[in-house]
Design a protein around this ligand. Structure first.
Ligand SMILES: NC(=O)c1ccc[n+]([C@@H]2O[C@H](COP(=O)([O-])OP(=O)(O)OC[C@H]3O[C@@H](n4cnc5c(N)ncnc54)[C@H](OP(=O)(O)O)[C@@H]3O)[C@@H](O)[C@H]2O)c1
Length: 327
């Protein structure tokens, strides 16, 4: 018989709802508890998703003996403390991206999980989606020849709210670590860690990055360039250009349903990469499997990748003089 994995959700915001929707349809997966800063929000969320245990604090959630693993979906600046609290209670953790606001914070959490031998993973959901698996396969099969350039854009027009998590430096706002992380992760997947980083970012008067253009040069000269913003809508697509052709990843490139293959001198080929359910369930399946197999980390989304991507984001923010108040 397959061991059922019992999940708790820490916080009740926008993405926590989508995550609960994705999780609820899975076999051998139970959503047993939710914790919120308020009893009222915990109750509303729990009623919506038929969750038996609801708590008006995160502390009570992590003490629930019925919970095997906790999904964290608070603003970025809280991830580190939330993860540490879960690990101290012996709970496995899946934490939203960005895992922490910088590499230093991530190191301390990862060190603790490794010492306590507890499963920990960043919820970089896009790593598990069908389009990424297809793109990785096409590249390793040499279909576009040697990949040389990645171009991408990732940004949305966010409603201005000085206290909200996108515009508020106290909540580690800005575009780069919120959505630029998707382009950084895609670049890392294709080319690995950059050898050189050059970037420009425009900061708001409050001190978060509102728009930016980032370039990487990789070890064998391959290039990445992408743009980010929270001020206006962007195409949100990505193109991987190789010596024999290119792969166009349709918007939004981190969860599209189509990609196009454009081989030199051949008509474009549209490839469907449908994603059943809402896509958030793939990472849940991976966590479930890892916990059942008593693994301490995922081979698909390893903690060292989380650390490397954060070090790249650190360097970009360093070039912009962007330090969060809690750093
Ligand atoms: N993977 C994805 O596709 C994806 C998409 C969007 C966001 N995210 C990530 O998920 C995290 C949450 O994003 P979100 O869009 O869901 O945010 P959100 O709607 O603002 O929800 C955040 C939740 O965190 C809790 N919270 C605790 N302290 C808070 C504070 N000081 N201010 C505001 N909220 C606080 C609140 O829940 P309670 O009141 O219940 O405690 C709140 O509802 C971020 O790290 C983000 O990068 C991932």
């Amino acid at each position: 018989m397959t061991q059922s994995i019992r999940w708790g959700i820490l916080s009740t915001g926008r993405i926590a709802h989508q995550f609960a929707n994705g999780l609820n349809d899975l076999p051998d997966t139970e959503l047993v508890a939710v914790g919120s800063r308020s009893v009222k929000n915990a109750d509303i969320f729990a009623d919506q998703f038929n969750i038996p245990n609801r708590y008006g604090s995160y502390e009570e959630l992590v003490r629930d003996p019925n919970v095997d693993v906790i999904y964290i979906a608070t603003p970025h600046n809280l991830h580190k403390d939330n993860m540490i609290m879960c690990l101290e209670s012996g709970k496995s953790v899946l934490c939203e991206k960005p895992f922490t606001i910088n590499q230093q914070e991530a190191k301390s959490v990862i060190q603790m999980a490794r010492k306590k031998k507890i499963f920990l993973m960043e919820a970089m959901w896009t790593r598990f989606l069908p389009h990424i698996i297809k793109v990785q396969q096409m590249i390793s099969d040499g279909i576009i020849g040697e990949p040389r350039i990645l171009q991408a854009s990732v940004g949305f027009q966010k409603q201005f709210d000085p206290t909200g998590r996108h515009f508020n430096p106290k909540l580690a706002g800005g575009a780069l670590i919120d959505v630029g992380i998707y382009a950084t992760t895609l670049s890392y997947l294709i080319f690995g860690q950059p050898a050189h980083i050059k970037s420009f970012g425009n900061l708001s008067s409050a001190g978060v990055d509102q728009e930016g253009v980032i370039t990487f040069q990789h070890e064998n000269g391959q290039l990445t360039y992408f743009s980010t913003t929270i001020l206006y809508h962007m195409p949100r697509d990505a193109t991987i250009i190789g010596s024999k052709g290119s792969i166009y990843i349709h918007p939004d490139f981190w969860h599209p349903s189509q990609i196009s293959l454009r081989l030199n001198n051949e008509p474009e080929r549209l490839i469907e990469v449908p994603c059943p359910l809402n896509g958030y369930h793939y990472q849940v399946l991976e966590v479930n499997d890892c916990i059942r197999q008593k693994k301490e980390e995922s081979e698909i989304m390893p903690l060292d990748e989380t650390l490397t991507v954060l070090s790249i984001l650190d360097e970009i923010r360093n070039q912009w003089g962007l330090k969060y108040p809690m750093e």
